[in-house]
Design a protein around this ligand. Structure first.
Ligand code: PMP
Length: 462
């Protein structure tokens, strides 16, 4: 039972699928399996839907990579891009050069920040943003005469990107294995995954307290004077959509404050409405010193990332640039005028259409419909907040175990969902759902109905 891509390849060696296999190496793909099965080639988009090269229509329940919040056909973003292309298609921010879109966007971001922030720094991807954050934290510690303060604490199951530093911060085995990572100065503490990691009968609050105590123990064992920062996603995305247990962020932040450790909120997925507030930090009472943004900032019509930092972070760095003469860091495409213009239009649309409130309302509907599947024999846990959720599949509900091959249930569910016209993504056996903020209630119902049918079919086939 070859997938569409594989079928087309065997019929026609010049097919678009065969050319993909011949010339294109894919991200997050088993390269050998890809040679066998071929790609799904997506050809065009319309609202919350995309169409493949055979004309098949899919509801994009992942917004691409948790990213196209406005869907795949927002004309206003196309116009914003084309107007900016015509006026000033490129400029940079090195050597005190600047341009309107970068300035307007920085001002806008500071104005909507969940806590007082001072400056915006522009990068091109979430990974680059987190790499830059790590470098600037080291730079700041040197500037402050505390060169031993260099370690960053991240979390198991956390995802912060794939470049050398950000992949090190990522706490998932596939991002380290065979890459000789993580690098020095990165530590991983336990994840806030109550369903998987809590002890028998441990309440969310007790589990959160234990995670905070473990963090404190790690800080004391390493030496508090060596720990510069803690990084976390408000809700973990790629680690399996892990919503923190009650009181988690409050307790973690109390420990960080006690030892003068900076807090970095990686809002690459959570930012701009995803959790039902503009920022995930607002949903969970997080007060970051640095807030990292990407993906929905442009609906990913253009690669753009950025982070905001408060005065406490900016001031020592500014002093150091004055001492050295220049900040020896920056990207050619950083703050790209086309990306910044698209981001400004994206934010305008989010505000005009009140998409944050809509995410709350549609999110509540999606969450309650998904929770309706909780009693299914194959469902271990349904979790989520706002417009992001996961349904974790198991074979044994009591033991919380999946099949012999971890992730096999997820792969199967994914394939069946795709056949029904829903693009989801399995993080091992957890099916993730992160639909566009513009999704209609009927779209979400179509998605949940397809999942329910999928689970029944899998159950029947066993
Ligand atoms: N941080 C988080 C929370 C992410 O989800 C991602 C991407 N999924 C990244 C960082 C890395 O972003 P990029 O793929 O743009 O490098």
């Amino acid at each position: 039972d070859k997938a569409q891509g594989g079928q087309n390849m065997s019929v026609n060696p010049n097919s678009i699928e065969a050319r993909d296999v011949a010339y294109h190496m894919h991200s997050y793909t088993n390269a050998r399996a890809h040679q066998e099965n071929g790609p799904v080639v997506i050809d065009r988009g319309e609202g919350a839907y995309v169409f493949d090269s055979t004309g098949k229509k899919y509801f994009e329940a992942m917004s691409g990579l948790w990213s196209a919040g406005l869907g795949f056909g927002e004309e206003r973003l196309v116009k914003a891009a084309s107007n900016q292309m015509a006026k000033l298609p490129y400029y940079h921010n090195f050597n005190s050069k600047s341009h309107g879109p970068a300035i307007d966007l920085a001002e806008k971001l500071i104005s909507i920040a969940p806590v007082p922030m001072s400056k915006v720094f522009y990068t091109n991807s979430g990974s680059e943003a987190n790499d830059t954050v790590m470098k600037l934290i080291w730079y700041r510690s040197n500037a402050m005469g505390t060169p031993e303060k260099k370690k960053i604490i991240s979390r198991q199951r956390g995802y912060h990107g794939v470049t050398i530093a950000s992949a090190s911060l990522t706490g998932l085995p596939n991002n380290h294995r065979s890459f000789d990572l993580p690098i020095a100065n990165v530590l991983h503490t336990g994840s806030p995954h109550h369903y998987r990691d809590a002890q028998d009968g441990e309440t969310e609050e007790a589990f959160a307290s234990r995670r905070a105590e473990e963090l404190e123990q790690m800080i004391l064992a390493e030496g508090p004077e060596t720990i510069a920062a803690f990084i976390g996603e408000p809700v973990m995305g790629a680690g399996g959509v892990i919503v923190p247990p009650a009181t988690y962020w409050e307790k973690i932040q109390a420990v960080l404050r006690k030892y003068d450790i900076l807090l970095i909120a990686d809002e690459v997925i959570c930012g701009f409405g995803r959790t039902g507030q503009m920022f995930g930090s607002q949903t969970f009472g997080i007060e970051p010193d640095i807030l990292v943004m990407s993906k929905q900032i442009t609906s990913t019509y253009f690669p753009l990332s950025a982070f905001m930092m408060n005065e406490r972070v900016f001031e020592p760095i500014a002093d150091e640039t004055n001492k050295i003469g220049v900040l020896g860091h920056g990207f050619t495409g950083g703050g790209h005028p086309v990306g910044a213009a698209i981001a400004l239009e994206t934010l305008a649309i989010i505000e005009e259409r009140d998409l944050v409130a809509r995410a709350q309302e549609m999110g509540a509907h999606m969450q309650s419909r998904l929770r309706g599947l909780s009693d299914h024999p194959l469902v271990g846990e349904v979790r989520g907040v706002g417009m992001i959720a996961a349904v974790e599949l198991v074979l044994d509900k009591a033991a919380k175990t999946g099949g012999e091959t971890p992730g096999a249930l997820g792969v199967q569910a994914n394939r069946r969902l795709e056949a029904k016209g829903v693009i989801s993504r399995n993080m091992m056996d957890a099916m993730a759902f992160c639909p566009p903020l513009i999704s209609a209630q009927a779209d979400l119902d179509f998605m949940v109905d397809a999942l329910a049918e999928t689970l029944d079919e899998m159950q029947a086939a066993m």
